[in-house]
Ligand binder design. Structure first.
Ligand code: FES
Length: 358
């Protein structure tokens, strides 16, 4: 008995499938209280002293009597006949006491016949689902939504730190792509603005520079007006040397460039004198030249000519040359004073200030 109770799953399945084949006949006989015709269909081996039904797998009756766990055969029968395990367990538990022979009849043998008679013979169950249902106590085979076990509740998400919730999420700005035409227009506008800025800056710079230069020149002219260059003028009185340095008939020209004066030791109206002639032509103001060979002063501008004593004799000059004042200074030198001039046509050459006697 112990060996039969410990039947392997394969043996149980084999027995169940074998019973599936002759379920109709076995079930009918079992209901009528007859012994099964085939030992394989009813019971593997009859045990003496015990009802023939007890020879059926006791594992099937044991759970039914206890009412706690259905046997594999019951589960298989239920799977094929859609029968609840509680119903199979209660029925065998009541029958063994009243009808030993009937109770000995395998409930599993009677139950498996029901599905065949009930018309569910064509429903095939795969072994894996049947075994899974047998071990887990769940309904084998496909299940509906109502029968499906509830899904595990979703795991609650870990709460975010308070600091993370408080801080606003920084959303990176997406770079905007300006159209190519807009970029080109922006570049042209930038070029025009740059050109206008440069042109305006250039005009302003030129204007301010010109204004600065004009103001500087005006300031310099004003300063020159208030401080005239009077010191550039030569002194009106200057010494030319001793009388011995001017022999008779000599015309000294070395003071022309510096003082504009000829110092002459000549004869005028029969009197030998030393006098100072002004080097300015009486025509239009040119400077005549002394021509030693011709013993005359010749104006290069219009050809006026003057004698050694200064009397004009040719050219457009209207009157004789003028004289400066001359005198003997305290040191014996001749001193010329350009502050005074004497004109012959006015009779001023007769003034003793206009000559020094030799
Ligand atoms: Fe001397 Fe005319 S300026 S001749």
């Amino acid at each position: 008995m112990a060996d039969k109770k410990k039947m392997s799953v394969a043996e149980i399945l084999a027995a169940a499938r074998a019973a599936d084949g002759g379920a109709a006949a076995g079930a009918a006989k079992a209901d009528a209280g007859e012994e099964p015709a085939s030992p394989a269909a009813a019971s593997p081996k009859p045990v003496p002293g015990k009802p023939a039904g007890a020879a059926k797998p006791t594992g099937e009756a044991k759970p039914a009597a206890g009412g706690a766990r259905p046997s594999v055969s019951d589960i298989l029968a239920m799977a094929r006949g859609n029968k609840e395990p509680g119903a199979t367990a209660t029925k065998p538990a009541a029958e063994p006491k009243a009808k030993p022979a009937a109770a000995a009849k395998p409930a599993a043998a009677a139950k498996p016949a029901a599905p065949v008679a009930g018309g569910t013979k064509g429903v095939e169950r795969d072994t894996a689902s049947i075994l899974a249902a047998a071990r887990g106590g769940a309904k084998p085979g496909p299940v509906s939504k109502a029968e499906a076990p509830p899904r595990p509740a979703a795991k609650p998400k870990p709460a975010e730190p308070a600091a993370a919730k408080a801080l606003p999420r920084v959303v990176p700005l997406k770079p905007t792509r300006a159209p190519l035409a807009a970029k080109k227009q922006d570049a042209e506008g930038e070029d025009r603005r740059s050109f206008l800025q440069i042109a305006t800056g250039s005009f302003l710079a030129v204007g301010f520079t010109a204004l600065s230069v004009t103001t500087g020149l005006f300031t310099l002219g004003l300063a020159r007006f208030f401080f005239p260059n009077v010191l550039a003028e030569p002194p009106s009185k200057f010494k030319v040397g001793f009388r011995e340095g001017f022999p008779a008939g000599k015309v000294e020209t070395k003071f022309v460039a510096q003082y504009g004066v000829w110092v002459v030791n000549g004869e005028f109206q029969g009197q030998q004198q030393i006098y100072a002639l002004k080097t300015v032509c009486t025509h239009l103001g040119c400077t005549p030249s002394w021509l030693e060979a011709e013993q005359k002063f010749k104006c290069p501008c219009h050809g006026s000519g003057f004698y050694k004593d200064g009397i004009n004799f040719e050219g457009p000059a209207p009157r004789p040359l003028e004289r400066y004042a001359i005198r003997l200074s305290d040191d014996g030198q001749l001193e010329v004073d350009k502050g005074r001039s004497f004109q012959e046509e006015l009779g001023q050459w007769a003034d003793p200030a206009s000559y020094v006697n030799v």
